[in-house]
Design a protein around this ligand. Structure first.
Ligand SMILES: [Zn+2]
Length: 130
């Protein structure tokens, strides 16, 4: 008879930190992704089934409003200070948006998955390991 491994409960801050580091929300060891924004089928460390981990569209509004707000603010500051031509705005802000998305999107998705697991969302599969 196999024995289920036990994993200690974590605080919300610890679960959030696991998300930021893109680690398994259950064991904290295995990597969550196999490629950019593609979640592994199972944890390589504890064999936790990630197939039920789905952040859905949850991170999207935070990314849109967060990145959009920062970039809009910076664009307005530059426009008011220097009034550069539009091609300058385009060549600055589009790469910045893409860079910020590339940096933040995997972490935001992983934080959502970690918090779903931490809060025992019915879709996360965490309840059966309680
Ligand atoms: Zn794991």
């Amino acid at each position: 008879m196999s024995q289920k491994p036990s994993f200690p409960p974590r605080s919300s801050a610890e679960a959030f930190g696991l998300g930021l580091r893109q680690k398994c929300p259950r064991c904290g060891e295995g990597s969550l992704y196999k490629s950019f924004l593609k979640v592994r089928p199972r944890c390589e460390s504890c064999d936790f089934d990630f197939s039920r981990q789905d952040s859905g569209d949850g991170p999207a509004p935070f990314l849109i409003f967060g990145i959009g707000g920062v970039v809009l603010f910076l664009a307005l500051v530059v426009e008011l200070a220097a009034q550069p031509p539009y091609w300058v705005h385009f060549s600055i802000w589009l790469p910045l948006v893409l860079l910020l998305f590339w940096l933040i999107a995997p972490r935001a998705k992983a934080v959502f998955i970690a918090m779903q697991y931490h809060n025992k969302s019915s879709d996360s599969g965490s309840a059966k390991y309680k």
